[in-house]
Design a protein around this ligand. Structure first.
Ligand SMILES: *Cc1c(COP(=O)(O)O)cnc(C)c1O
Length: 422
């Protein structure tokens, strides 16, 4: 039995996610949007079929989305306070769709030099397609401004960089993009919309790897793009005429949907969309616990004799601590980067951890530890690693929701095992 539609009240972050599906028309009063497995959508009226193909809202073929992925996109869109959002099979699928549909050969992309390793290797492919890319230090707006060229179209940055934890000057970069009419693309994966809405600093487009905090349980891959509505696409030369229909705020997301999702096909499955939507219900709860565990672990490591250096924006000696405290509501994410003293081999140390898991991935409920230079940053070689600030002994931690005492005890016993063997 469907409930009468009530005018939706303006609710808080978690209430909005929890009750979002119910507020649309859900079959049988289900509180979750069902997992729609149908790949095709049939019409009883040929004119309606034609209308949906020509732009009317509706479903045709699941490569362009299903009611299940649509329900998730609506949630993401509310979390990011966006104009419209799209979902993809992975975060990388979202980034690939975006870069290849909004940039062309001869365009220049400015990107943070402190970025996720696979985004960096995707840039190699974009360069082969004729897109020029310059890597810049996103904490230094002057340096970024100096790298702008006449053909610069877009600026890309992460919020808190994975794995080095550098915090971009998100406000300064926003002003710079506005001044130079650059598309401002922010990868919000590490902070998630619970800690930070890039729209608040003028972002044009926001990417989230849903595989990380938003899904949150390491059981589904997904990515999203949100258009915040702040960029004036009438000034952007790469929008195809056929997508210049309706209000100009919708042009770019339509082009990304048609070219980047329909044609390229990195579509989120309905099953994954459902899992991510369920995970999203507890995003705020999980992330608050994760951030308090990460701060406690970083503080523990900072004074430990087995540690040479810890990078965590929540520590007062972090170079961008004040900025992080101001922008992210006093929370500093799951990412802790740690270097041990030279006499401890980081691989030996990792082998002694019992609670923390040796695994790639971030934003899980479990604490994960990874020797970054030996793994995800291996392929890029020592010179690029140096530029990205990845030293050989760097351990990337993605802190989880374990009981805090268990987590600290795990690291303590691993240090004890390594130090006592000397
Ligand atoms: C994981 C990650 C991505 C890519 O997301 P996938 O869903 O794994 O493809 C992009 N950016 C950042 C910062 C990430 O951590």
């Amino acid at each position: 039995m469907s409930q009468p539609t009530k005018k939706p009240a303006k609710h808080g972050f978690t209430t909005t996610i929890l009750h979002g599906d119910r507020q649309a028309s859900v079959e049988h009063g289900a509180v979750h949007k069902p997992i729609h497995t149908s790949t095709q959508y049939a019409f009883s009226d040929a004119r309606e079929l034609a209308a949906v193909f020509q732009g009317k809202a509706g479903y045709t073929y699941a490569r362009q989305g299903t009611p299940t992925s649509d329900a998730l996109e609506k949630k993401i869109n509310k979390m990011e306070d966006g104009l419209a959002s799209l979902s993809f099979a992975t975060g990388m699928g979202a980034l690939t769709a975006l870069f290849t549909t909004l940039l062309r050969a001869g365009d220049h992309l400015l990107s943070s030099q402190f970025i996720f390793g696979n985004t960096n290797s995707l840039f190699g492919t974009l360069e082969l397609l004729g897109i020029e890319i310059t890597l810049v230090d996103p904490t230094d707006v002057q340096a970024v401004a100096a790298a702008i060229r006449p053909n610069t179209k877009m600026l890309f940055t992460e919020t808190i960089a994975n794995p080095g934890t550098q915090v971009a000057d998100l406000e300064g970069l926003g002003r710079l993009c506005q001044e130079h009419r650059l598309v401002y693309l922010v990868d919000n994966t590490v902070t998630s919309p619970w800690l930070f809405q890039p729209k608040s600093v003028g972002a044009s487009l926001v990417m989230n790897a849903l595989s990380k905090h938003i899904g949150g349980h390491a059981n589904a891959l997904g990515g999203s793009l949100t258009d915040t509505g702040l960029f004036d696409w009438t000034t952007y030369t790469n929008i195809l005429d056929i997508y210049k229909k309706g209000p100009s705020t919708g042009w770019a997301i339509t082009q990304i949907k048609k070219k980047g999702l329909r044609d390229m096909g990195a579509t989120l499955t309905a099953d994954a969309a459902h899992r991510i939507a369920v995970g999203a219900e507890t995003l705020a709860l999980r992330l608050d616990k994760i951030c308090s565990n990460a701060l406690a672990l970083a503080q523990f490591l900072a004074v430990h004799p087995g540690v040479q250096r810890v990078a965590y924006p929540g520590l007062t000696n972090h170079p961008q601590h004040a900025r992080a405290a101001r922008l992210f509501g006093g929370k500093f994410s799951m990412l802790v980067a740690v270097e041990l003293i030279p006499s401890i081999d980081c691989l030996d140390f990792l082998n002694h951890l019992q609670v923390a898991i040796l695994a790639t991935h971030v934003g899980d409920t479990r604490t994960l530890a990874l020797p970054a230079a030996y793994t995800i940053y291996h392929e890029m070689g020592p010179a690029l690693r140096a530029k990205m600030g990845i030293v050989d002994g760097l351990i990337r931690l993605s802190v989880g929701i374990e009981d805090q005492a268990d987590l600290l005890a795990d690291f303590e016993q691993a240090f004890a095992a390594c130090l006592h063997r000397k």
